[in-house]
Ligand binder design. Structure first.
Ligand code: AMP
Ligand code: ZN
Ligand code: FE
Ligand code: FE
Length: 272
């Protein structure tokens, strides 16, 4: 049976498996299709495209952009864009600069709370070209023994709204959708169930999205149903995926959420 997981992360952002390893794992768990959706970068595709061709996996382009809408953080998935598009690459670069500045603000805040993160270690990660964010900072906090688990790091210090959290400069949703569209891609709202506020969601969905991520991680049919209904009502495409991060979220397996062949080809018309 054709199954495609359209949401996963690699070592190019906060996953723990390389792009080639993720493609190989996709093959091993019996997936036919895949999209890698690293945070704010498309670097994984340099090695993932040849690996997918060799493995016989259909690989559609993907990315997960961090944006802000009415003061709230929201993740937007871009699919099926042209990999060689100049503006989408520049946009990823803009995110990297934003993240480096923001990580500095967060480690200063942590310092004030007695949590000392080695700036050299963070710089090394950033210098390796990957997207570095809060999960990396949380992992350093665990390593240094300031907290027992990454969850504790988020709950006590760097989770949304916590004392050491910093969002950094906002990048808007309309700008993000525009960048995806000009690269011939499609823009989807990621994991819509994670956002609180019915009015906020209604306003978000008034923007010109192409689709909604209705199948997610270990969702039950009951959890998916309202979003499938919403997608039909708004004539939006439906996507789905595991949000696999390797050991960074060890309870989520690649392929635990997926879309079928018809849905895959509705989204992806331009495989790299
Ligand atoms: P960033 O993009 O740097 O803001 O980091 C966001 C990532 O951190 C998300 O994609 C999640 O994987 C992870 N994250 C956010 N909040 C939490 C939390 N409360 N517990 C564990 N991980 C979280
Ligand atoms: Zn992540
Ligand atoms: Fe996300
Ligand atoms: Fe994700």
């Amino acid at each position: 049976m054709f199954r495609a997981d359209l949401h996963c992360h690699t070592t190019s952002s906060d996953g723990t498996m390389s792009p080639v390893e993720v493609v190989q794992l996709a093959k091993d768990v019996g997936l036919s299709g895949l999209s890698i959706t690293d945070h704010d970068t498309i670097d994984a595709y340099a090695t993932a495209v040849p690996a997918a061709k060799a493995a016989g996996i259909l690989l559609g382009t993907g990315v997960e952009f961090s944006c802000t809408f009415l003061e709230k953080s929201v993740h937007i998935l871009g699919y099926d864009f042209r990999l060689d598009d100049h503006d989408i690459r520049e946009f990823c670069q803009k995110h990297q600069t934003r993240r480096i500045e923001r990580n500095r603000v967060m480690i200063e805040k942590l310092k004030k709370h007695g949590v000392l993160i080695d700036e050299k270690e963070l710089e090394e990660l950033e210098g390796s070209g990957k997207t570095v964010g809060r999960p990396h900072i949380a992992a350093l906090m665990v390593k240094k023994g300031y907290v027992e688990t990454m969850k504790e790091a988020f709950d006590k210090y760097i989770g949304d709204g916590k004392s050491c959290y910093e969002r950094g400069p906002a990048i808007s949703v309309p700008e993000t959708i525009e960048i995806i569209h000009q690269a011939d891609g499609k823009a989807f709202v990621a994991h819509p169930h994670l956002y609180k506020g019915a009015k906020w969601m209604r306003m978000l969905l008034e923007l010109n999205f192409d689709g909604l991520e209705c199948h997610y991680a270990k969702f039950s049919p009951d959890q998916e149903r309202p979003w499938v209904r919403k997608a039909r009502e708004k004539q939006l495409l439906i996507s789905g995926g595991s949000d696999f991060h390797g050991d960074m979220k060890a309870h989520i397996n690649l392929g635990c959420s997926w879309v079928d062949e018809v849905t895959f080809h509705r989204i992806f018309q331009n495989l790299p």
